[in-house]
Design a protein around this ligand. Structure first.
Ligand code: CA
Length: 476
């Protein structure tokens, strides 16, 4: 070999080695991408990784298998908007009076999350993350509340609490929020086909467009929240399910699972899957029909838990909850102590390198040391809920105190022996019940009263106001 040729080979080899070590260092030093997939009103028992046998969720099951399943994963509220406000702020939503679902009204700057509340995506933006939210917002529809003004570089979806899965009708009044047009950033937008798939495809595009730098993406599905609608061919695939509601619900969950699969494939295709921290959870438990509300159920199952959406028994707040981060988490892990949806934001800011002293106002816990086994204690001394006259507190040892308006007396359950909260042991363990009650009262001192009117009452009042304000002789 001539000398010059030899040099070129050596030079080439050096280049390859340098490039490889550069890419490895880049991967090692690169901050992880963070994605949250959130389902809406999905029951605990409705994913394969939590025991469903009649609904197929292979993509979620694979993700769960690649990381950690939180066996006691709790949403922070038993219905939509306060749960999402808690997730994004990293604070109990009662601290800032967010205790009900805001009415959809783009004209009302008071109907939504208080502008003084810093959402954690804003904190991620400040350390260089590109941030996106796709799907359901539900934290206020006015300009002040718009996701682009609350820490998100990108938004595609709807500002209300849900949406029809097939159509838009912009001739409808604001109270028909589910038919309003979609929005991409500050512009009106549309969707083709089935909404859940459109949201998933948009999420995959976001990944493609932002793959070069760390990003945070909140894929905020409204599925499988009502209305119960799914593509006919997917409903057909579940024809073995006799209950009609559950058949459609199953198809909705299935399409969402496939959409999550599309996003994960996009991560894999671009070699960024390993260093992406993914969470999946539902915003609250599945709504169940009762004698009082026979049409409330959406076909979900919260088995083996008692109750559902709207109360603080485990069926209302104990949700399918998992995290995957192949570069960091051991596959097939299971985590036993209670964790809270507040922990997601606190974990996200920690892995993104946000200065720890600047996030003391966030109330969640960074879960990384707990998941990786560095810290073997329970992350929470207790987890708390409140809403109307209902409240609850769960201690880390599994003792749970519930005050529910439909129950004649306060209740105490020991979850490790009684997951379905069927045996009230308050008389046998009255001292422990009093201790938990005292804890809850102490925690509640930092809360303020709800500062929004319920959406039904609000829309009624709004309609009356506008009717009254048109003089009778000037109807035109
Ligand atoms: Ca919900």
């Amino acid at each position: 070999m001539k000398n010059s040729k030899k040099f070129s080979v050596i030079y080439l080899l050096l280049l390859v080695v340098t490039f490889q070590s550069f890419s490895q260092n880049k991967l090692k030093n690169q901050k992880p991408n963070i994605i949250i997939f959130m389902a809406d009103d999905m029951g605990y028992a409705d994913t394969g990784f939590t025991g469903a046998t009649d609904i197929l969720t292979p993509n979620l099951d694979k993700l769960a298998e690649s990381g950690v399943v939180f066996e006691q994963g709790y949403a922070n509220h038993s219905f939509c908007a306060p749960s999402r406000a808690a997730l994004l702020s990293g604070k109990y939503p009662y601290r800032f009076g967010f205790e009900t679902n805001p009415a959809y009204d783009p004209a009302n700057p008071l109907m939504g999350i208080d502008s003084t509340v810093k959402l954690f995506p804003k904190r991620l933006q400040e350390v260089g993350y590109k941030t996106g939210v796709i799907g359901k917002w539900h934290l206020g529809a006015s300009e002040k509340h718009h996701p682009n003004n609350r820490g998100f570089d990108y938004f595609y979806g709807f500002l209300g609490g849900g949406h029809d899965y097939f159509k838009i009708d912009t001739t409808k009044p604001v109270w028909e929020a589910y038919l309003q047009g979609l929005i991409r950033n500050k512009k009106t937008a549309n969707f083709e086909g089935y909404l859940t798939t459109a949201l998933s495809n948009d999420a995959a595009n976001f990944v493609e467009e932002n793959k070069e730098n760390p990003f945070f993406l909140f894929v905020s599905y409204n599925a499988p929240h009502m209305p119960l609608q799914a593509p006919a061919e997917d409903i057909e695939r579940y024809s073995h399910i006799k209950n009609k509601k559950r058949r459609v619900y199953a198809a909705m969950v299935d399409v969402m699972d496939r959409g999550i699969g599309t996003v994960v494939s996009t991560l894999k295709k671009n070699n960024i899957y390993e260093n992406t921290l993914i969470f999946f959870l539902s915003d609250n438990g599945g709504p169940q029909s009762s004698k009082k509300s026979p049409t409330k159920g959406n076909g979900s199952s919260n088995k083996p838990f008692r109750g559902g959406k709207g109360n603080f028994y485990d069926g209302g707040v104990h949700v399918p909850f998992m995290a995957s981060w192949p570069a960091k988490f051991k596959s097939g892990s299971r985590y036993k102590f209670p964790v809270n949806s507040l922990d997601i934001g606190r974990t996200a800011v920690a892995v993104a390198g946000v200065e720890a002293n600047s996030v003391n106002d966030m109330e969640g816990v960074n879960l990384i040391p707990f998941v990786t086994g560095k810290d073997i204690k329970a992350p929470h001394d207790a987890i708390y809920w409140r809403g109307g006259s209902n409240w609850s507190v769960l201690a880390s040892d599994g003792m749970k105190h519930v005050k529910d308006k439909d129950s004649k007396k306060p209740e105490l359950f020991y979850l490790p022996n009684d997951v379905s909260e069927s045996e009230n042991i308050i008389d046998k363990k009255s001292k422990r019940a009093k201790e938990l009650q005292a804890k809850w009262i102490e925690w509640n001192k930092k809360n303020i009263n709800g500062n929004m009117m319920g959406y039904k009452a609000y829309h009624k009042l709004r309609e009356e106001f506008f009717k009254e304000s048109v003089p009778k002789n000037k109807k035109n």
